[in-house]
Design a protein around this ligand. Structure first.
Ligand code: HEC
Ligand code: HEC
Ligand code: HEC
Length: 418
């Protein structure tokens, strides 16, 4: 399975390639590796989800690298970070490891691609990152040479990343806001730091940097859209309580929604293994983000797409999602409260209707009901109509989905695994 990330660069970067000085790594200093440090590092590695990118799914070789991280320019392979001295990080000094994780500098001094979320990990302290290292030292070493990343010109020129860093990378540890509670500060640190939620949820500029004025307002990934997770009522988590968010992160579903695709993976490997206090801290922080409040009016019921959508919804969807859109608690999500369904970018909703969805099983909720696929049964215009209807009912308001959007998602996802 490929993993998607949102990295966009401009060809113009090539003009700046020569900029920047090379950085050299210093000799290692080793910390005493007490059990507590290893355990702390394990937990930080979980909250950072290092295993997801650095493992080929189902390979049984955690952290051995080789997974292709998909970008619009081609695949970037995440390398082996097991303690194998030859092909992993066994022979790296602590400084080299710190520079890679918190500054995006590779062992030879050349920059890493921001597909490795060092712009978020920089919020961790050196002590945090050394704890992760201490934990990684305890995993089974695997001999697995690095797969060559071969992006097309000019993206193959790593030095160009120095320009990216100059524009978008703000190095530095998280500084708590003394006006806010310690729970809020913990949430902010997790969201912006180790858990790197913005990597998928903050829209990107053409150069792949975060659009900070649209912080966590939703972004397009390769074949998925990640919705707005601010407290915006129309687009974001405004209708979710802190408990709803915490349950979603801990179990993969709640009364409103179920995690699918890249979010299912983030839940399974990372947020479901966080402590209850940490998922609540994240929820508390997200609920404090105002987000967009606007006054978009729903499409009128006599709009032709609304009328067609209503009929399809009644016949095909209401058995599970209910006529009032509220679903059935613990079984079928409440479309009426789903911000994902109303996202400005409807990619994920279209994809789910076309291909169905099976949400994640987590320790606390081991089985998950599935959403059937309608890709064969419904044509592009019908899928567009039923989603247009769902987006504009039950207090929702969002632009109509066009048949051509469905055609696009159909072709974009045709060759991808579920
Ligand atoms: C979203 C995917 C992703 C996550 C999450 C991630 N990495 Fe990476 N990492 C990458 C990619 C891709 C590269 C290769 C970048 C390149 O080739 O420039 C990389 C490179 C590295 C490197 C440099 C290795 C080398 O041989 O050059 C280290 C060290 C590393 N990651 C450690 C970590 C640690 C520790 C974590 C968790 C704290 C982590 N990564 C989380 C994608 C990820
Ligand atoms: C690898 C990309 C990725 C990362 C990292 C990620 N998300 Fe998501 N997220 C998505 C996608 C794609 C969706 C839409 C699919 C779905 O609803 O499951 C989503 C959906 C969600 C939803 C459901 C919103 C709704 O209205 O249905 C919430 C809440 C959420 N993410 C919170 C978070 C938080 C908090 C973090 C960080 C701890 C995070 N996500 C990290 C990709 C990601
Ligand atoms: C057999 C029951 C069933 C039927 C019929 C059904 N769904 Fe679903 N639907 C589900 C389940 C279960 C989920 C949660 C899936 C998951 O695990 O991600 C879901 C999720 C969804 C979602 C994602 C909502 C969110 O916020 O996560 C959308 C959109 C959706 N369905 C649309 C439809 C449409 C449109 C129809 C009719 C054409 C339909 N569904 C028919 C069971 C059903």
């Amino acid at each position: 399975m490929r993993k998607t990330t949102n990295v966009r660069l401009l060809g113009a970067l090539v003009a700046f390639v020569a900029v920047g000085a090379s950085c050299s790594a210093q000799a290692g200093d080793s910390d005493p590796q007490a059990f507590t440090q290893i355990e702390r590092g394990r937990y930080l590695a979980v909250t950072s989800d290092c295993v997801s990118c650095h493992t080929v799914p189902d390979s049984n070789q955690p952290f051995a690298g080789g997974r292709a991280i998909e970008t619009p320019f081609g695949n970037i392979f995440a390398p082996n970070i097991t303690p194998d001295p030859e092909t992993g990080i066994g022979a790296w000094s602590d400084d080299e490891f710190d520079a890679a994780v918190r500054k995006g500098i590779g062992r030879t001094g050349s920059p890493l691609y921001p597909a490795m979320p060092y712009n978020a990990f920089t919020k961790m302290s050196r002590t945090d990152v050394q704890a992760i290292r201490a934990y990684l030292n305890t995993v089974t070493p695997v001999h697995n040479p690095r797969a060559a990343t071969a992006l097309p010109f000019p993206f193959n020129i790593r030095a160009a990343m120095r320009v990216w860093n100059a524009l978008y990378f703000k190095e530095g540890e998280y500084t708590p806001d003394p006006q806010k509670s310690s729970e809020w500060n913990r949430g902010a640190f997790l969201v912006d730091g180790p858990a790197h939620c913005g990597a998928c949820h903050t829209p990107k500029s053409l150069l792949g940097g975060d659009k900070l004025n649209q912080y966590l307002q939703g972004s397009y990934l390769q074949g998925w859209s990640a919705p707005d997770i601010t407290n915006s009522t129309r687009l974001g988590l405004g209708r979710w309580a802190v408990d709803d968010i915490a349950a979603f992160l801990k179990t993969g579903h709640n009364r409103v929604s179920a995690a699918t695709g890249p979010m299912a993976e983030a839940v399974k490997l990372s947020t479901s293994q966080m402590t209850d206090a940490d998922v609540r801290a994240i929820a508390t922080y997200l609920k404090s983000l105002p987000g967009v409040e606007d006054d978009v009016k729903p499409l009128p019921q006599d709009n032709p797409a609304m009328a067609a959508g209503a009929a399809i919804y009644r016949d095909q969807c209401s058995a599970c999602h209910a006529l009032d859109g509220r679903g059935v608690a613990k079984l079928f999500p409440s479309i009426a409260d789903s911000s994902m369904v109303r996202s400005a970018d409807p990619t994920t909703a279209i994809r789910i209707v076309l291909r169905g969805a099976r949400s994640v099983a987590t320790a606390s909720e081991p089985t998950a009901p599935g959403m059937p696929s309608y890709g064969r049964q419904l044509g592009d215009g019908q899928v567009a109509a039923v989603l247009t209807y769902m987006r504009n009912m039950w207090g929702g308001a969002a632009p109509a989905v066009a048949a051509k959007d469905v055609t696009r998602v159909r072709s974009e996802t045709a060759s991808r695994p579920d």
